[in-house]
Design a protein around this ligand. Structure first.
Ligand SMILES: C[S@@+](CC[C@H](N)C(=O)[O-])C[C@H]1O[C@@H](n2cnc3c(N)ncnc32)[C@H](O)[C@@H]1O
Length: 244
């Protein structure tokens, strides 16, 4: 069995996943380290589903070549590699050093700049620096009291006229969530609107009993006059896609 792909989803995940969640900087590192190079022991890697992203990419008419992309909480690097294959100049970071080592080991000739970094202490050079910013499942991997700071930090990295793509587990507002992961309600994601982004598209997919959202935002060329008006506009633009 190739332990570096998630094709064989058998066997237990690493027991570190069942340890009490304390600090994100140590909990995720413990999961990656104790997985002993076996992707199938990392729960989010073994259950990865790329259909929402590949569908979004298939609909893009923009050229990505030489544009700058940032992949937040990149984990084992599969999304970052997808973007690099499209010609984007990709920087991908994660707080867990073992995850970054593992990315470099899996993709030794990769063009992606893999880096250990904390979302809450990003390099200044990354502010408003990226044409495409992608996050899959990082916000929800943090306790809810950190979601507003995580959202603001991600929003700050998008350049004017840039695109932000957020993928997360979804829930109705008011529906309880007990993480990790702490699934996100669409209303929570509205914090991106208050960080100056406009929602362009909202997709809500349910597959094999798992609800996922893919939300696309755009940072306007000019500063928004009123973030409240974009929240109202959002409902008009909402697209419900099933892709079951
Ligand atoms: C559920 S995993 C998702 C990984 C990857 N995006 C994927 O889809 O497979 C969440 C990731 O966020 C990372 N993470 C958590 N807190 C972080 C932080 N403050 N800064 C950067 N990465 C963080 C974790 O180490 C972990 O790799």
């Amino acid at each position: 069995m190739d332990r570096n792909t998630a094709k064989h989803r058998s066997g237990p995940v690493t027991p570190a996943v069942h340890q009490p969640f304390t600090d994100p900087s140590t909990w995720y590192e413990a999961v990656y380290s104790s997985a002993e190079n076996d992707i199938n022991k990392v729960p989010w890697a073994r259950s990865a589903d790329y259909s929402l992203l590949t569908h979004w990419l298939s609909e893009q008419h923009q050229t990505f070549a030489n544009r700058r992309a940032l992949v937040v909480g990149c984990g084992l690097g599969d999304h970052a590699e997808m973007f690099a294959r499209l010609g984007l100049q990709v920087t991908a970071f994660d707080i867990a050093p073992r995850a970054i080592d593992w990315c470099r080991q899996r993709f030794p000739t990769s063009a992606v700049a893999y880096q250990v970094a904390d979302l809450f202490q990003l390099p200044e050079a990354w502010q408003s620096a990226f044409d495409l910013v992608f996050d899959a499942f990082t916000i929800q991997s943090l306790p809810p009291d950190l979601h507003d700071r995580a959202i603001a930090a991600i929003a700050d990295t998008v350049t004017k006229a840039g695109t932000l793509l957020i993928m997360c587990h979804g829930r109705e507002s008011g529906e309880p969530t007990d993480g990790p992961p702490w699934a996100l309600a669409h209303t929570e994601l509205d914090l991106f609107l208050h960080s100056g982004l406009q929602e362009v598209r909202f997709q809500d997919q349910e597959r094999a009993g798992v609800r996922r959202f893919l939300v696309e935002y755009r940072k306007p060329q000019e500063a928004l006059e009123s973030s409240d008006s974009t929240a109202d506009d959002r409902d008009a633009r909402r697209i419900r896609a099933s892709h079951r």
